[in-house]
Design a protein around this ligand. Structure first.
Ligand SMILES: [Zn+2]
Length: 96
């Protein structure tokens, strides 16, 4: 994935997608993600910051409980190994 300057894609983006929620950088790229785990196939717009690598949801859905049933995996067991791998990958890529 390459980072695309905000300006070049602004025509295709909704107005609320403005900057990183963490560092407020305006450099990054949007990702449209379909919810597949529960099978709702609802689409969500995420923003990947080119500065800090943070992935943030640009608009929190109205009915969050719909996406977090009692059986939701993060409420049961955590997977630190996987989380660490993702983090290392991101950090490694940021310095290439
Ligand atoms: Zn950021």
């Amino acid at each position: 994935m390459s980072s695309v300057p905000m300006e070049t894609m602004s025509s295709a983006l909704p107005p609320l997608l403005s900057c990183c929620q963490v560092c407020e950088s305006q450099t990054g790229c949007p990702h449209v993600v379909k919810e597949m785990m529960l099978g709702t196939r609802d689409e969500f717009l995420y923003w990947e910051c080119a500065e800090c690598g943070c992935l943030s949801l640009t608009a929190v859905p109205e009915h969050l409980e719909k996406y977090y049933p009692d059986t939701y995996y993060s409420l049961k067991t955590r997977e630190p190994k996987f989380t660490r791998k993702v983090r290392d990958f991101k950090i490694g890529r940021a310095h290439v």
